[in-house]
Each structure stands twice: as structure tokens, then as C-alpha cells.
Design a protein around this ligand. Structure first.
Ligand SMILES: Nc1ncnc2c1ncn2[C@@H]1O[C@H](COP(=O)(O)OP(=O)(O)OP(=O)(O)O)[C@@H](O)[C@H]1O
Ligand SMILES: [Mg+2]
Length: 285
């Protein structure tokens, strides 16, 4: 189990200070996939870097299976992998295979087991045919797949993904979403994943953590988020003749039920089409 206990992080640069994490406590069970949401600057990446020992917290502790990461440095090296945001995880001028070999060496994944795992992952991610290609010549989606392979080489128990779908086109995003869903289930890896892509988070996570201005403001099972949101009451005012009102109300009621909002009080026709209105509602959760 991952236990994040009272983590605070204040960055200090040239006399200016910035509180990036403000007393964060969070427990993640084995095999959980926790989606982390929050606006820009909310402190998501900082927390992920603290859990990976890339940034030192100002105070607080992180435990994996009851052992503090500060006192047992080998845990991060052996059991935790992080995929950083953007595509800074690979060497562009090396081939796919050379990248894998290099990171395997750094992670003590050597010998026959390395060869088997390497081939297995290349096939799993459909990159086997590209193993002699220079990374610079891969598409962004392929680079992201390779970065995932590198992160999985050492068979991590905890996988941390910072915006893994950022900048991907619809097809690559779909591929990466399916792959992450597959690896988290088949390889049973506990995962922290942060993204601004709500659909993606909804598809892969079983729990969601919401950050705001350095604080964790909500942490719950995804089903509870959806259930709670279905109890929200929307006041929508509609002005028009009664017949039209009835048609629109029925239509809206049906559509709102489909997106699990089950209560309408009044309806307002604002000149926007119903579809646009619904889109707005959906965007606002
Ligand atoms: N190395 C740093 N030095 C100083 N301040 C930093 C540093 N890294 C992050 N910060 C600040 O800490 C706060 C949290 O940043 P962080 O990158 O953790 O946010 P985030 O939630 O990941 O945002 P985004 O969604 O944009 O990726 C921000 O105000 C940011 O400016
Ligand atoms: Mg970030």
C-alpha cells in the first residue's frame, strides 16, 4: 500500500516561496488506479515527483508497504517507475532497442530475462518492427509507448504517469488508453495517473483525487463521484410555449438521464441548441 502522510512542499526561488503541496495525506491500496485531477499549478506533478524521490518534500513522509521511502531508497529504484510529462523520458538520438538496453542496465534488468521481457514488451506495445528505428523518427504516440515500455522494464509495483496522453492525436490517445487499461489490469500494477483529460481518467481509474491550490480537496472511488454528481440539482429555466417546453423537457430528461443527471427543476432556452447546452453541462461535470 502507498501511504502519503502530511506531505508539504514549499519551493523557494530567489527569496520567493511557493506552496506546491499543502499537507497532503492519501492512501492507495494495491492495484488501485488513482486518477489525479486539478488545475494547472495545483501541485500534482510535485507530489508525483516526491513519491518518486525526484523532489524532496519540506515535511511529511511517504511509505510503501509500511516502509518510509526516505529511509529505504532501494524501494524507489526497484519498485517505482515514473513517466514524466512531455516526452523527456527517452534519448532521441538512440534507437528504440538502445534506449531499452540503456534503461534496462540502469535498472539492473540484465541477461536472458531482460531479452525476454524486452521482446515481450515490444510485441505487447506493437513496436517490435521499430526496434532499430532512431527514437527521433518515431511518432509522438510511438514515443509514448516506448516510454511506457521503459517504465515497465523493471516490473514496477507502483507506476506513476504524469499526463501520458498529452499532445496525442485521437488514435494514439485511444491506443495509449487501452494499453494503460490493459497493463494496469493484466500486470496488476498500482498506478497514480495525472491528466487533464477527464474521459481518459474516467476510463482507467477506480479512484479519483482532486487537487486545488496545493491541497487535496476530494478523494474517493470513481463510482461515488458519479453517484454524487447525479444528485446535483440543475436549475434550468425554459421560456417558450408549453408544447415546445414539453418536447424539449422530455428530450432533455432522456439525455440528462443518459449522462446520469436525474433531476431537472426548470429549463431555460438561452438561444443555444440543446446539444450545446448538454455539452456545457457535460463539460462542467
Ligand atoms: N522547480 C520549481 N521551482 C519553483 N516552483 C515550482 C517548481 N516546480 C513547480 N513549482 C510551482 O509549484 C506549483 C505546483 O506545480 P506543479 O507542477 O506541481 O503543478 P501541476 O498540478 O502539476 O500543474 P500542471 O497541471 O500545469 O502540470 C506551481 O505554482 C509551480 O509554479
Ligand atoms: Mg504537472
Amino acid at each position: 500500500m502507498l501511504k502519503i502522510e502530511n506531505i508539504c512542499k514549499t519551493y523557494i526561488n530567489k527569496g520567493d516561496s511557493c506552496v506546491a503541496n499543502d499537507n497532503i495525506s492519501l492512501e492507495v491500496e494495491k492495484k488501485d488506479v488513482v486518477g489525479i485531477l486539478g488545475s494547472n499549478g495545483a501541485g500534482k506533478t510535485t507530489l508525483m515527483k516526491i513519491v518518486s524521490n525526484l523532489v524532496k518534500q519540506t515535511s511529511g513522509k511517504v511509505y510503501w508497504d509500511g516502509l518510509s521511502l526516505d529511509e529505504h531508497k532501494y524501494i524507489v529504484k526497484d519498485k517505482i517507475s515514473i513517466l514524466l510529462e512531455g516526452t523527456r523520458n527517452l534519448y532521441d538520438f538512440l534507437t528504440v532497442e538502445d534506449n531499452i538496453n540503456y534503461f534496462a542496465l540502469l535498472n539492473n534488468v540484465e541477461g536472458k530475462s531482460c531479452k525476454n521481457r524486452k521482446d515481450y514488451l515490444l510485441k505487447y506495445f506493437d513496436l517490435y518492427e521499430k526496434k532499430h528505428t532512431i527514437v527521433n523518427n518515431l511518432s509522438r504516440g510511438m514515443k509514448q509507448k516506448l516510454a511506457l515500455i521503459v517504465a515497465l522494464l523493471k516490473k514496477p509495483e507502483l507506476l506513476i504517469l504524469d499526463e501520458p496522453t498529452l499532445g496525442l492525436d485521437i488514435n494514439s490517445r485511444f491506443d495509449i488508453t487501452e494499453l494503460i487499461k490493459k497493463i494496469t489490469h493484466e500486470m496488476k500494477i498500482t498506478t497514480l495517473v495525472c491528466s487533464h483529460d477527464l474521459e481518459f481518467i474516467k476510463e482507467i481509474s477506480n479512484k479519483i483525487a482532486v487537487f486545488d491550490k496545493g491541497k487535496l480537496i476530494k478523494y474517493d472511488y470513481i463510482n461515488n463521484f458519479i453517484m454524487k454528481s447525479s444528485y446535483l440539482e440543475y436549475e434550468i429555466l425554459f421560456k417558450g410555449d408549453n408544447g415546445l417546453e414539453k418536447i424539449i423537457t422530455n428530450d432533455l430528461q432522456k439525455k440528462l438521464t443518459e449522462i446520469s443527471i436525474d433531476k431537472i427543476i426548470k429549463i431555460e432556452q438561452t438561444g443555444n441548441s440543446i446539444e450545446k447546452y448538454l455539452e456545457g453541462l457535460r463539460k462542467n461535470g
